[in-house]
Design a binder for this molecule. Structure first.
Ligand SMILES: Cc1cc2nc3c(=O)[nH]c(=O)nc-3n(C[C@H](O)[C@H](O)[C@H](O)COP(=O)(O)OP(=O)(O)OC[C@H]3O[C@@H](n4cnc5c(N)ncnc54)[C@H](O)[C@@H]3O)c2cc1C
Length: 374
């Protein structure tokens, strides 16, 4: 089959791994490698989730499943996916395919005030809704029932976007509503952790018709996500969870903003609550997204913004011409710090995986380059 991405022909490619849901259960769910992206949940009623733990309730009888193909933790040909998404080889082995590394912030003070940092993600989504570039966006909203539990949320208009503002540092299974959202909407945006951006691209690789329907992947930087149950247990010893309004993880710190003010907790025990599966994630900056957004770890009310694809550029240009986003170049010393953080994660991951990178198929040149960096 020939696949057209952003107008360029790319190689005939199928990501069909020809394995069953039971194999997914044995190799990924049972091995505690699930990253709770939610990708399998929307595809199949046999998968269920409770508090971010996914389980296959009973065998579905299929010998091959899309659930296996799209899982970010099953065999992944990172180089080929990159070719498919961007129509080019990966040249930057540290930050992935990109056109620019910027810093950005919303120019709407109410967005900036409500958002995690500069409100870049919210501002871009609001603009995309207003321009009718999208009619739905999959976001993560805090549960009204369970304190701190993020839940997938389908925003249908600009007004909905701020309902799901702010970072939830556990692994929201947002993609659980992907299929239902595709039934309701023509053009979707998805705010994705790196594992979720990967799951989306794997899904688009086996279902090319989704390349237009999922019109925008806004990737978040993510070093790791915390385990929900362990986090709640830990936090209950320190504060009343119902008073928590916002969380932040500035460099090596953990701050909870409560009704009565900020409360800083010892970072080291928190770091140990990260999900095991994040230790094998090769991607810090959502390298397969159209636009990637993170903190600057320097200026609180700004974001780092990486522009990657044609589609990302179009959405950014629209926000710039509407005057809803401010951007400037990220200073070179900050770019170098970002590169160091990303490279260190990749080196840690490859050192922990077997020689081939286990589930990860990298170009040998990339593997050799990353593992040889001092
Ligand atoms: C688990 C996690 C780990 C992160 N780790 C880092 C890091 O190590 N370094 C770094 O620089 N940045 C990290 N970030 C990204 C950072 O916290 C901000 O989300 C990002 O900078 C966007 O900021 P903003 O001001 O544009 O946010 P906003 O405009 O407030 O938008 C944030 C958007 O993210 C969505 N969202 C929130 N939580 C989740 C979630 N769990 N899964 C999917 N979508 C979600 C919200 O629905 C909202 O649309 C992490 C984010 C998450 C969720």
């Amino acid at each position: 089959m020939e696949i057209l991405i952003q107008g360029k022909e790319v190689a005939d490619y199928q990501l069909k791994l020809k394995k069953s849901p039971q194999a997914l259960e044995a190799e990924i769910l049972g091995a505690d490698l699930c990253c709770s992206c939610g990708g399998c949940l929307g595809l199949c009623p046999y998968f269920k989730i409770r508090h971010e733990k996914v389980a296959l309730l009973e065998p579905c009888g299929l010998s091959e499943g899309r659930c296996y193909d799209i899982c970010p933790r099953t065999e992944t040909d990172f180089a080929e996916l990159n070719r498919q998404v961007f129509g080019q080889e990966r040249r930057d082995y540290v930050l992935g395919t990109l056109r620019a590394v910027l810093m950005s912030q919303s120019r709407d003070s109410s967005v900036k005030k409500a958002a995690q940092y500069g409100g870049t993600v919210s501002a871009l989504l609001i603009q995309a809704f207003e321009d009718k570039a999208i009619d739905g966006a999959i976001l993560a909203r805090t549960s009204e029932r369970y304190p701190l539990l993020p839940e997938p949320f389908l925003a249908r208009n600009a007004g909905d976007v701020l309902l799901a503002r702010g970072s939830k540092y556990t692994a929201c299974p947002s993609l659980a509503i992907l299929d239902e959202s595709l039934r309701q909407c023509e053009k979707l945006a998805v705010v994705a952790r790196p594992c979720q951006a990967l799951a989306i691209r794997k899904r688009q690789a086996i279902e090319p018709k989704l390349q237009d329907r999922i019109a925008l992947v806004l990737g978040l930087f993510c070093m790791w996500a915390l385990d929900y149950r362990d986090l709640v247990k830990h936090l209950k010893n320190h504060l009343d969870l119902h008073t928590a309004r916002k969380f932040d993880i500035p460099y090596n710190r953990f701050v909870v903003y409560t009704k009565s003010g900020p409360c800083e907790l010892d970072f080291e025990p928190i770091r140990h609550l990260r999900r095991h599966t994040c230790d094998i994630c090769y991607d810090f900056t959502s390298e397969l997204a159209d636009l990637s957004v993170g903190s600057t770890e320097w200026k609180d009310k700004w974001n780092t913004l990486i522009v990657r694809s044609d589609q990302g550029q179009v959405v950014l240009d629209a926000a710039l011409s509407a005057g809803t986003l401010a951007v400037k170049n990220l200073p070179q010393d900050r770019v170098e710090l970002l590169r160091t953080a990303s490279l260190n994660k990749k080196k840690r991951v490859l050192a922990g995986l077997s020689h081939s990178g286990a589930y990860l198929k990298l170009d040998p040149q990339e593997f050799n380059w990353v593992t040889s960096q001092a």
